[in-house]
Write a protein that binds this ligand. Structure first.
Ligand code: ZN
Length: 318
């Protein structure tokens, strides 16, 4: 709209009835919210923006679509926007993304988030896992100092799978065997005393030395003191890696010996189990996403919908 036409249009706003004002607001809200989302995304990506095909940095502006600036690469001609190549590319309804991020920070269920932002339940589920795909990778590369490591277990779940590889179990069912069996999925968590946390879904049954090497090997700094329970796999792992190791014999009633304890990681396990209950069972294949979700919100590490939106497109620590 021309500037002077717009000015005269604005003068009429003062004469709107209360009802008309509400209608104008309702009409403007999606555009305003889409603009907020786009602003967060474009500001996050701007410092590293380049062509997804050739990494070229010379870009032309090439119109806007769905609230996002499009660019055209001068070198190769590819057009793209700030979401190209991210898990959020081509998702619709950007005007709802910040509200949806808020639902994620509040750990709302699929159903409640869907009702809150007014999308279908399937959309709510799809968005959840798209938002978590990169957010779960927002980790410290290395854990240092005293590193507690311990496993926790969940009953394996093929929720949502089309072909069950075993007889169906009722929701919240119990394992048919006592103790840790192949029906249980092992989650390995390591946590240092500054709160740095890594987690791995190692597979069914107890954790093995090979799995410890594969997962913990690359993330433990060489001068780490590894603290665990008396599980012998850790002792063999530490010996083979040449890492200092202390353990508490929890099953014999020993819980702490000075700084030697696994209470931080146990606390994290309990928060995970307690938090997970609201979801009424999650599919094992999605467990890494749920672990990443807890890591995002635990002790308010991610505090705002804007930050969550940035981590969802892989922009961390800004
Ligand atoms: Zn290019």
């Amino acid at each position: 709209m021309e500037a002077c036409a717009f000015d005269s249009y604005l003068t009429q706003i003062a004469e709107l009835t209360r009802n008309q004002c509400a209608r104008v607001l309702a009409l403007l809200k999606p555009a305003v919210d889409q603009g907020r989302t786009a602003a967060v995304i474009e500001a996050a990506v701007a410092p590293t923006l380049c062509c997804p095909r050739c990494q070229g940095k010379q870009l032309y502006r090439h119109g806007t679509r769905n609230g996002l600036q499009r660019f055209r690469c001068r070198a190769c001609g590819r057009t793209f926007n700030s979401l190209t190549g991210t898990p959020l590319a081509r998702l619709r309804h950007k005007e709802k993304w910040l509200d949806f991020s808020e639902c994620m920070l509040d750990s709302r269920t699929v159903r409640k988030a869907a009702a809150r932002v007014e999308v279908a339940k399937n959309t709510s589920l799809r968005w959840r896992h798209r938002f978590l795909k990169l957010t779960k990778a927002d980790r410290t590369a290395c854990i240092n100092g005293i590193a507690e490591a311990d496993e926790t277990f969940l009953l394996e779940s093929q929720k949502g799978a089309r072909n069950l590889q075993r007889p169906a179990r009722r929701r919240g069912g119990k394992a048919s065997k006592r103790g840790i069996s192949k029906e249980q999925v092992c989650i390995l968590v390591a946590r240092d005393r500054s709160g740095g946390t890594v987690d791995f879904v190692t597979g069914r049954g107890p954790v093995t030395v090979v799995q410890l090497k594969e997962h913990l090997g690359p993330v433990l700094a060489p001068d780490t003191l590894l603290v665990t329970d008396a599980n012998q796999a850790y002792q063999a792992f530490a010996r083979q890696q040449g890492i200092s190791h202390e353990y508490v014999n929890v099953s014999a009633g020993e819980h702490t010996r000075g700084a030697v304890h696994v209470q931080n990681v146990s606390g994290y396990h309990s928060r995970f189990h307690k938090w997970l209950r609201r979801f009424n069972g999650v599919a094992t294949r999605y467990l890494p996403n749920y672990l990443g979700w807890l890591w995002a919100i635990d002790q308010e590490r991610i505090r705002s919908p804007e930050i969550l939106l940035r981590t969802a497109i892989g922009v961390f620590n800004t």
